[in-house]
Ligand binder design. Structure first.
Ligand SMILES: [Zn+2]
Length: 315
């Protein structure tokens, strides 16, 4: 194979591996770790071991001391930030420091935005639980699992542990010598255009054998991988402070907005019909036939038009 082909082959494989993934910055720095595999649960039953890591920095979000073990990296994340779809740790919720995105959300609320509205909801950080895991089918591979804190850690693991505590039994599931495998069921749910997992039926199972202490040298040092941005970095990405090619940036971002709004409108109008062959949710009261429109249809059409306009304004 020619060296050009070899490079093209690698490039093609990279693109296949990253299909559909955001191109933006991540909140974890994978740079020095080569090929990191992110664990994705399978629909249905799963069995994983969560392994501990030794805290190696003085910036563990919950203040666990350097040299002490932990099994989770519990953080808040802003996703889809700016034009590049970056992800940043929320400085306010994670480290009690000022966060420009949270400040903007507060400002929008103060300016009268409804807390349920998209322009406020989009600026809420989400809480993530990051773990080192080994899954049943790949016993020699340590993977990183980025889960929803609420669905996996809180309502899954901690909820199950609580039941043991009530029985005055303590399970240290991440222990190397006496840990437990975690069995759970994953089910895909849809929210808008997004798919996400919900988890249930958590159970602890005895492991076949203990892990050697030497595995601590192989697990990912989660706290030191966490990218902690400065206030200015988050602000600049969020507000996408334009440089010299300002006009170019602006027109392309406007195009994107127009396109995404168009997509949204097309989605909403699909399946709805204007009895007079006009555009439902768009042409309301613009055409002579609108005066004699069926009242129920007209109301639906007008409501949709208002909603589309509101969304457009919010962007
Ligand atoms: Zn924030």
């Amino acid at each position: 194979m020619s060296s050009l082909d070899e490079k093209l082959g690698r490039r093609t494989k990279d693109n296949v591996d990253n299909k559909g993934k955001s191109r933006g910055k991540s909140f974890l720095n994978f740079a020095q770790f080569g090929d990191v595999k992110l664990y994705k649960p399978s629909e249905g039953h799963n069995l994983i071991d969560i392994l501990p890591y030794i805290v190696s920095t003085n910036r563990h979000p919950q203040g666990i001391a350097k040299g002490d073990p932990d099994y989770i990296l519990d953080i808040w994340i802003h996703q889809g930030v700016g034009e590049n779809d970056d992800a940043f740790v929320c400085l306010e919720r994670t480290f009690r420091k000022p966060c420009p995105i949270c400040e903007e959300r507060e400002a929008r609320l103060k300016a009268g935005s409804d807390w349920k509205s998209e322009d406020v909801q989009d600026l809420l950080p989400s809480r993530k639980a990051v773990y080192n895991v080994i899954e049943e089918d790949e016993p020699d591979l340590i993977q990183i699992f980025i889960a929803s804190y609420a669905y996996f850690e809180r309502d899954g693991l901690l909820d199950e542990l609580e039941d043991y505590e009530k029985k005055e039994e303590q399970i240290i599931f991440s222990s190397l010598s006496d840990g437990r495998s975690i069995k759970f069921k994953a089910k895909t749910h849809k929210f808008g255009k997004r798919d996400y997992f919900k988890y249930k039926r958590f159970a602890f199972e005895k492991r076949d054998k203990p892990y050697p202490e030497s595995i601590l040298d192989k697990v990912y040092p989660l706290d030191s991988m966490l990218v902690i941005p400065t206030y200015e970095e988050v602000r600049d990405a969020f507000f996408a402070v334009p440089d010299d090619d300002e006009d170019e940036n602006r027109s392309s971002s406007e195009d994107k907005e127009t396109q995404s709004l168009k997509d949204e409108v097309e989605q909403i109008t699909e399946g709805s019909d204007c009895p007079n062959g006009h555009k439902f949710g768009t042409d309301c009261d613009e055409k002579p036939e609108c005066e004699n429109c069926d009242e129920k249809k007209w109301k639906e059409c007008a409501a949709m038009q208002t909603e589309i306009k509101r969304k457009n304004r919010g962007k």
